[in-house]
Structures are given as structure tokens and as C-alpha cells.
Design a protein around this ligand. Structure first.
Ligand code: ADP
Length: 275
């Protein structure tokens, strides 16, 4: 039994959440019938986590409202640009729009993490062609990262029953990370193929790689590798969200990487029956 949570109303101490771990102990082939059980009271920790999630959810929600208004106002300004306005005026307005979009994505990601935590993330399931979704996402990213060569190989001709927007968010996260964490290289390779009843999508970069120690925590919420914290901006939630999205679609997301050798993030998704 690993990390099994139970809530129980105890006499005297009241309602508590306990974390149970149990291992069978074996020593030189003996004591096979013994079990080591660890019980930890995690009531306070759970309560703290809940408060943090509430804060995140309220803060991101409150931030989103005025930002949506700002976005609308910027669009209005873009449509009202007076004739003969200096070029600088237009480029500045476009930059404001880009940064508002960026802030919007960040806040949406934060909101997503709190939705995931509370189990409130909604899936809009519709059949879609995964090859096209990947192609479109790669094209969009290629425009915003002109210095990187993003190559796409293979095809699946498969239809997936899932939330296309969320899946393209995962592909976006993985490719953006591949670009962000490989400052010394300009190549990102994407490979798609069928494996049994699944499609497999892999994103390979030739960048800094991830240590064995960090690999275990890479999909945790707010985790960021120590050495990169100051060099690259980020909140450490993209991979957490991606992992949850893929799990909600009955797929798996994992990483193969060695420090200094680059990384390959892969995920699978079940192919829709008869497609
Ligand atoms: P963020 O990029 O905002 O930090 P993510 O959840 O996307 O958040 O990534 C978490 C951490 O995983 C990153 O901070 C980085 O340390 C590591 N990481 C993710 N992708 C890669 C990659 N392609 N190469 C090396 N490290 C990576």
C-alpha cells in the first residue's frame, strides 16, 4: 500500500486524515510474513493545501476579469488607430496586445491548476484528427520561434475522442519547454506514430536535460529545477497540467532525459474505436 489516504472520525481527537504506507519486510529470505506500517497524520497539511488552492482559485479568477476588459479595450484601440499615426504607435499597441495575451495564458494556467485540484476541470469530448491538431500547433509555434527548426515526422491518421483544445495545450507546453530549455540548440524533433490502439507523440530537444533526481518530481505542481530558476521565467505548472490532461484522457505522459543530453517527452492517447 503506497500513500493511501483515509479519513476517520476518532474518539477524543475527532476527524483526521491519515496517510498509510505498508511494506512487506524481508531480510535474508526470512520474516516474509512481516509488514511495516507507517501512519502519518496529514490533517493540517491537507487543510493548508486546501487554503492555498482556494487562494489560487480566487486570485486567478479576480485577475482574469479586469484582464479580459483590458484585452477588449486594446482591441478597440487597434481598430481606432488614427490615420497618419506614427509606426511606433502601432507597434507599441501590438506589443501591449501580445503581453496581455501572455498574462492571460499564465492566469488561465493558474486557474486550471486549482480546477484540477478540486476535480472541476471540464472535458469537452469530440472526435478530432490528432495529426492535424499537431500540425496546426507546430505551425503556430514556428511563427513565434523563428530561430528554432521544429520538424514533424510520421503520421497516425487516427481520430481521438477528446478535448482538442486541451490536447493542443499539452503539445504547446511540451514544444515551448523544448525551445525554452535548449538555449544552445536550435532543433526540436516531433515524432508521431501508432502503437497498438494508441497514438504516441514524442517531443525531443537537444538542450540541458534533466537529472535523475529531478525527473521524479518534474510533473509535480510548482516544481522547477534548481539551476534554471533564475535563468528562465516560469511557474512550474505547465507539466503538471499536461500530465493531468493526458491522464484524464486515459493516456500516459512521461520523460526520458539525461543531464546535458536533451530530453524526450512522450505521451499516448487511446485511438477512437473503429478509426
Ligand atoms: P516552467 O517551464 O514554467 O518552469 P513546467 O511545468 O513546464 O514549468 O516545467 C517544470 C520544470 O521542468 C522546469 O522548470 C524545468 O526545470 C523542467 N523542464 C521542463 N521541460 C524541460 C525540458 N524540455 N528540458 C529540461 N528541463 C525541462
Amino acid at each position: 500500500m503506497i500513500d493511501y489516504e483515509v479519513e476517520h472520525d476518532f474518539p477524543h481527537i475527532g476527524k483526521k486524515v491519515m496517510l498509510l504506507n505498508a511494506y512487506r519486510i524481508e531480510f535474508e529470505g526470512q520474516y516474509k510474513d512481516r509488514i511495516l506500517i507507517a501512519i502519518e497524520d496529514i490533517t493540517e497539511k491537507k487543510e493548508l493545501d486546501r487554503r492555498k488552492d482556494d487562494f489560487l482559485s480566487i486570485a486567478s479568477h479576480e485577475l482574469k476579469t479586469p484582464l479580459t476588459t483590458i484585452k477588449g479595450l486594446v482591441q478597440l484601440l487597434q481598430r481606432m488607430v488614427p490615420e497618419k499615426s506614427p509606426e511606433k504607435f502601432n507597434t507599441t499597441l501590438d506589443k501591449v496586445s501580445v503581453y496581455v495575451d501572455r498574462l492571460n495564458i499564465l492566469i488561465s494556467d493558474l486557474l486550471d491548476t486549482s480546477k484540477i485540484q478540486s476535480g472541476n476541470i471540464e472535458l469537452h469530448l469530440d472526435p478530432f484528427e490528432i495529426d492535424k491538431t499537431i500540425r496546426d500547433t507546430v505551425e503556430n509555434l514556428s511563427v513565434s520561434a523563428p530561430h528554432h527548426k521544429i520538424s514533424l515526422k510520421g503520421s497516425t491518421n487516427a481520430t481521438i475522442l477528446g478535448d482538442e483544445l486541451q490536447i493542443s495545450q499539452v503539445i504547446n507546453n511540451l514544444i515551448s519547454n523544448a525551445i525554452k530549455y535548449s538555449p544552445g540548440s536550435d532543433k526540436v524533433d516531433i515524432y508521431i506514430n501508432r502503437v497498438g490502439n494508441f497514438v504516441k507523440i514524442s517531443v525531443t530537444d537537444y538542450g540541458m536535460g534533466i537529472s535523475t533526481q529531478d525527473k521524479a518530481k518534474i510533473f509535480d505542481r510548482f516544481f522547477r529545477a534548481k539551476e534554471i530558476q533564475k535563468k528562465f521565467p516560469g511557474l512550474g505548472i505547465g507539466l503538471y497540467i499536461s500530465h493531468e490532461i493526458i491522464a484524464n484522457h486515459n493516456g500516459t505522459l512521461w520523460v526520458e532525459s539525461e543531464i546535458g543530453q536533451g530530453s524526450t517527452f512522450s505521451f499516448t492517447l487511446p485511438i477512437m474505436k473503429n478509426h
